[in-house]
Design a protein around this ligand. Sequence first.
Ligand code: HEC
Length: 95
Amino acid sequence: MKKINKKIYFIFLFPLLLSAYDAERGKKLYFSAKCNKCHDSTSFTNKNRKVKNYKQLTNQVEACRYSTNADWFDSDRDDVVHYLNKEFYKFNTEK
Ligand code: HEC
């Protein structure tokens, strides 16, 4: 009986774990990949910024990820996207 309960918890918690991006980790990755060599916070907050939604933000981070040769997994990229969004862009993540 106990075993079954554990399984059920796991099934319900697993999607939560997957969607819980880690902004702190994203911040560390951002600096360790030297993104700040070309960007400071004004790149992400000024009125002329190009990124208009969460999807574009993901795409742009993806593009810059390759230009820096950052050795990231996709989940690392997602943490960085989440960090930038939480800190600067503040887009609705539902869309
Ligand atoms: C060699 C310089 C350089 C480095 C290093 C760099 N970027 Fe960029 N980044 C750019 C340029 C240039 C643009 C503008 C692209 C454009 O206008 O099409 C940009 C745009 C962006 C934007 C969109 C800004 C906006 O207008 O809203 C984001 C977000 C971004 N970079 C994230 C990152 C991240 C994360 C990293 C680290 C992996 C990184 N960048 C590293 C040059 C760089």
